[in-house]
Design a protein around this ligand. Structure first.
Ligand code: DC
Length: 222
């Protein structure tokens, strides 16, 4: 049976950074489910569908065929066969992903892909509903969070390091809006699974988080 580590939490909590480190250390594959929702969001944006047009989202999302492959251990997301890794990390795509992922049809498109990956491989999978919905039997579940200010500061640093101009208060506002949508949607909302370990990283640095998470992962997968 494959070993599954599920890491859930709000936007900007550091899930992907940590999940990648854990996957490398454990020799597992890293599955970034947010990237899959982002690929569908990119398709919808390219169709000029607006974030609140749920009817159009429902109508067109099925045209977005998402698959993944690994190149040198890195997840590559394919949208109708096109590598979209370089196009899905914008704030605009993130906001559209948050909005369109409230739609049940969008979620259903990705369910089997995610479950099959975890069935066939040892995985560290991160997202919003992995421990609660996608992999309820995962051997290890972690709920990773931090205050909205700290998450905004981390994103701000990330963007300014890439030379992208941005405003901290605007980023925090968008993070709070995203939390609101992700946590309060009807289908598979973001919440801590009852058997997940809760970790607030607001006052921790990356090394401390990694050490703590590795302890949790090792003790629950041995
Ligand atoms: O983790 P991320 O920022 O790349 O995710 C983008 C959006 O996708 C997020 O705001 C909500 C949605 N998402 C989801 O609904 N379920 C997941 N398992 C992962 C992401």
């Amino acid at each position: 049976m494959s070993i599954n580590v599920a890491i859930d939490g709000p936007a900007g909590a550091g899930k992907s950074t940590i999940a990648k480190l854990v996957a490398k250390e454990m020799g597992f594959i890293y599955v970034d489910t947010g990237a899959m929702y982002r690929a569908i969001a990119l398709y919808l944006l390219r169709k000029n569908i607006s974030i609140d047009d749920n009817e159009a989202i429902e109508k067109y999302c099925g045209e977005a065929k998402v698959s993944i492959k690994y190149e040198d251990g890195v997840q590559v997301v394919l949208l109708n066969g096109e590598n979209v890794n370089g196009l899905i990390r914008t704030q605009e795509v993130g906001n559209m992903a948050s909005a369109s992922s409230t739609n049940g049809k969008v979620r259903a498109l990705l369910l089997d892909l995610q479950r099959n990956l975890a069935k066939e491989n040892d995985v560290v999978m991160d997202g919003r509903d992995i421990g609660t919905n996608i992999l309820p039997d995962a051997q290890c579940k972690i709920y990773l969070t931090a205050s909205s200010r700290v998450r905004a500061e981390r994103r701000y640093l990330e963007l300014t390091e890439k030379g992208i101009e941005c405003d901290l208060d605007t980023i925090e506002k968008e993070i709070i809006e995203r939390d609101e949508r992700d946590m309060n949607r009807e289908i598979a909302p973001l919440k801590q699974a009852s058997d997940a370990v809760y970790l607030d990283t607001s006052d921790m640095n990356i090394d401390e988080v990694k050490t703590k998470i590795m302890e949790i992962v090792k003790s629950s997968t041995k």
